[in-house]
Design a protein around this ligand. Structure first.
Ligand code: ATP
Ligand code: MG
Length: 218
């Protein structure tokens, strides 16, 4: 007997009232300025290791924790780059949820929308973060509530601690390839005309050139 709506039974994942399991959607949110092989590898590893139905790379409209301290590439350019990054990658998609919502990008709003069925049916959400972000979680908007509405999947990142727990969260770990690459480093390299071979997927590099981003081609 299943109660109205979804319930978490001892038998496994949340279920709809008709008994079928809710899809499990991974959310890798970020500024993606620009997206790189570390993002793609993290998404693919989470998809495979956790058996997620879909992984969304959710492009922040206004990354409120970063925007006061540096200029951010326009959101539509970053979205185009993320679309290029995931082209041909099964089960991994670029998501406009935060762009279309507008305003500052809070993960709690995205998680609530997915749980409420914004993609067609109510979903369980796995919030995928690099290990560098775990220490910042308490500063996120409505953090305690967020911890109750999503499972946290932590992806290893070079130079970041090996995280196995986070206060208030149900934590899963993803043993991704742990690639030593960041958007900050890439912006630096691109602006100085340095080689980024192997760090940025080819379709992303083509999109950067076509849109003249990061002073490339100037
Ligand atoms: P920046 O240097 O500008 O902060 P970034 O490379 O950290 O850029 P973000 O857009 O800030 O990229 O990150 C989005 C998400 O991807 C975060 O959860 C971050 O921890 C994760 N992430 C970024 N790079 C890696 C990587 N190399 N390995 C694993 N996770 C990563
Ligand atoms: Mg970052």
């Amino acid at each position: 007997m299943v109660a109205e709506g979804a319930t978490r039974g001892s038998e496994g994942p949340d279920r709809h009232a008709d008994g079928h399991a809710r899809p499990r959607i991974g959310v890798l949110g970020g500024t993606f300025d620009p997206p790189h092989v570390g993002h793609v590898a993290a998404a693919a590893a989470a998809r495979d290791e956790l058996g997620l139905d879909r992984v969304l790379l959710v492009v922040a409209n206004d990354p409120w924790q970063k925007s006061p301290s540096r200029s951010i590439t326009p959101a539509e350019d970053r979205f185009a780059l993320v679309e290029a990054a995931v082209s041909g990658l099964e089960g991994v998609e670029a998501s406009r949820l935060e762009l279309d919502r507008g305003g500052p990008s809070y993960s709690i709003d995205t998680v609530e929308a997915l749980r409420a069925g914004v993609l067609g049916e109510p979903a369980d959400v796995v919030l995928i973060v690099g290990a560098d972000l775990v220490a910042t979680l308490p500063t996120w908007e409505r953090a305690a509530e967020l911890a109750k509405l999503a499972t946290l999947a932590v992806v290893a990142r070079p130079g970041s601690p090996d995280v196995r727990r986070a206060s208030g969260w149900h934590v899963l770990t993803v043993d991704g390839p742990s690639l030593d690459v960041s958007s900050s480093e890439l912006r630096e390299r691109l602006v100085h005309g340095e080689d980024v071979e192997g760090l940025v997927p080819d379709p992303v590099m083509r999109c950067i050139r076509a849109r003249h981003l990061y002073a490339v081609g100037r």
